[in-house]
Design a protein around this ligand. Structure first.
Ligand SMILES: N[C@@H](CCC(=O)N[C@@H](CS)C(=O)NCC(=O)O)C(=O)O
Length: 200
């Protein structure tokens, strides 16, 4: 049984979705209800995942650990495709996530004297550039991983929802939008969003 610390709509949603896809039982703890979790994770960030005596942190590492632990179509069997799957997970977690992180940072540190619009706009432009790379990949395949949904697709779909929180125009191509819609319609995605709402 896992314990997942989460924040509603945050990157921890992807961890919950994967736990469901892998049929792993878990309980959810909303970080806002407990304040700091720095005693278990000094970074004080979600996802933080507890399992027996272990504390798992860092979204990409958690994802990789779960995919390695529970055999599923999410983990390719050959090393070349495993490398590709890990690269996509890192693109999501270490490239796209921080690009969206700039929007949260700007919002958090906004002052009345600083005109925010050009900064939001520059951050959104970079996010759109990254989505264009995704769009090009999806011209020849429905998911980043190929014909089947991958962990990276799920992570990207969670992050894509963050754009609506800010006054920005983020460009998503038609193939990207189709991929996001397919991931959002998965039972694991719907159940995870509902569970976060009910657990608040
Ligand atoms: N590098 C960390 C970053 C995780 C992260 O930035 N999480 C955000 C939510 S998406 C968070 O916990 N922020 C702290 C807070 O809002 O209290 C990871 O990939 O797990």
């Amino acid at each position: 049984m896992y314990t997942l610390y989460y924040l509603p709509g945050a990157c921890s949603l992807a961890t919950q979705i994967i736990l469901r896809e892998l049929d792993q039982p878990f309980e959810l703890i909303n970080k806002m209800t407990v304040g700091s979790i720095s005693e278990v994770n000094p970074v004080n960030s979600v996802p933080t995942l507890l399992h027996n005596e272990s504390v798992l942190t860092e979204g990409a590492a958690i994802m990789w650990h779960l995919l390695n632990t529970y055999p599923s179509p999410f983990m390719p069997t050959d090393t070349d495709n495993q490398q590709k799957a890990l690269t996509d997970i890192m693109f999501a977690n270490a490239t796209m996530h921080p690009a969206y992180g700039r929007l949260f940072f700007l919002n958090q540190h906004a002052t009345e004297s600083e005109p925010l619009f050009p900064l939001f706009s520059a951050a959104a432009q970079e996010i759109s550039r990254l989505w264009h790379i995704v769009e090009l990949r999806l011209q020849s395949q429905p998911y980043l991983g190929g014909d089947e949904v991958s962990a990276a697709d799920i992570m990207l779909t969670v992050y894509a929802q963050w754009g609506a929180l800010f006054p920005v125009d983020i460009q998503l191509g038609p193939n990207t939008q189709a991929m996001l819609a397919r991931v959002q319609s998965r039972p694991s995605f719907i159940a995870s969003v509902n569970a976060e709402q009910q657990n608040n």
